[in-house]
Design a binder for this molecule. Sequence first.
Ligand code: FEO
Length: 169
Amino acid sequence: MLSDSMARSLNSHLNTEHFSAQLYLSMSSAAGVMGFKGAATWFMVQYQEEMAHFMKFYGYLNSQGVLVRFVAADIPNDYHSLLEMFEKTLTHEQHITKAINHLMDQAVQESDHASQIFLQWFITEQIEEEENDRDIIGKLKLIGDNGYGLLMLDTELGTRVFVPPATTA
Ligand code: FEO
């Protein structure tokens, strides 16, 4: 059983994961409009990942008998380059990492073992998310304005495929 406070915190984060999904779907659209079809695919896969994260929270709250509440969000979509999009992606993921850490801190404080087990998957996932973003930012900085380099990277980004998480909570 979750405390009211833990339920509220998890519900709030569920909305953050939903925000993330919409943020990356917007970036997919922006990348496509810029002509980066591969990056559009990459962000579409990121959207699918975020929806899977969101559904994990939804499933966990459901299993704990908590009524899920949604909040509306304003999603920005005003980007000028791939580098800007990936830098904003990394900043956003660092924010998510902090939020997950705070949830874990609360679960530990409340001796809420079930939530600790649930959140462990996300702690590991965030390491990978930030690493992926840093790698792509590094490549984009090396490439600069080189059109051939951007084309090559865009092709590489387009090979990303969505792999559903092995476990669902
Ligand atoms: Fe759901 Fe990208 O963290």
